[in-house]
Ligand binder design. Structure first.
Ligand code: HEC
Length: 247
């Protein structure tokens, strides 16, 4: 009699133990990694869209606050994934994504908050706050908070910031992403289970807006002080890399 009454209790206890583990399993981990990578890149896009404003030397307060940024981030993310960050519970995304996407939004907002003094500095044009700086800082903050590996990376030939250096897996995948036959549109990821981890990579291709810093003429110093790589539109610029436990 007592046993029968205890069984359901035990069951619930076991399910609650298994819950967070199952949340990372297989396809769910791939989907969560994909959504996280697109969210980081959507943040890069939101910063890129505001670059002329950020670099406007005639303005002090730019009004590019963490909340204004977050609104634009959510719009861009919804446009690319169909997922409403304001209603993750009803969105059908994996439980691990429901937990981690808000963490990445928080990390992204923190980056914009931390850079307010820079962004609002009057009398200065280029301020050293670009999509890449946003991406590097946000990925590091997110990884530190969640223990989920996230990185904006590139090939050694293009590498500017050593913090973004690719590991062997990332270098191998980028060879495939850089192939001229790989789709340039549609956020097509590559994923693989390596050891106990699901690894997901979202390619970043150079568009027109990247050429001022990464394009021709090769070797000329760009506005950020780095040497231009001589890249062409459509070339692989790098990737967002995410690693989640497979189970
Ligand atoms: C204003 C100049 C500028 C523009 C425009 C620009 N970048 Fe960069 N990019 C940089 C700088 C500076 C870094 C190094 C940032 C750092 O120190 O973290 C960088 C780094 C990167 C990285 C990280 C790997 C590394 O080398 O550290 C990738 C990937 C990247 N850029 C891709 C792009 C793409 C794709 C675009 C266009 C959508 C773009 N960039 C536009 C200046 C620029």
């Amino acid at each position: 009699m007592i046993r029968r009454r205890l069984l359901p209790v035990l069951g619930v206890f076991l399910i609650s133990l298994l819950g967070p583990i199952q949340a990372f399993a297989g396809d769910d981990a791939v989907e969560t990694g994909r959504l996280l990578a697109i969210l980081l890149d959507a943040g890069r896009g939101a910063v890129a869209a505001n670059q002329p404003l950020i670099n406007d030397a005639t303005k002090g307060d730019k009004g590019f606050t963490p909340d204004v940024f977050a609104q634009q981030l959510a719009e861009k993310f919804k446009g690319r994934t169909g997922v409403d960050l304001g209603n993750l519970k009803g969105s059908g995304v994996p439980a691990s994504a429901q937990k981690l996407l808000p963490e990445l939004v928080a990390a992204a907002k923190k980056t914009v908050a931390d850079n307010q003094a820079t962004i609002n500095k009057p009398g200065v044009g280029y301020k050293g706050f670009t999509p890449a700086h946003f991406g590097t800082q946000t990925a590091a903050e997110f990884s530190a908070k969640t223990n989920v590996y996230m990185k904006q990376t590139t090939t050694d030939a293009l590498l500017r910031n050593q913090k973004n250096k690719a590991d062997a897996f990332e270098a191998g995948i980028m060879k495939k992403l850089g192939d001229s036959g790989y789709p340039r549109q549609g956020d097509k990821i590559m994923s693989e289970t390596v050891g106990g981890d699901v690894r997901v990579m979202l390619p970043l291709f150079y568009g027109k807006g990247c050429m001022g810093c990464h394009g021709e003429p090769k070797g000329e110093t760009d506005v950020s002080g780095y040497k231009k790589e001589g890249a062409k539109e459509g070339d692989l610029g790098g990737a967002v890399s995410v690693k989640l436990p497979a189970k």
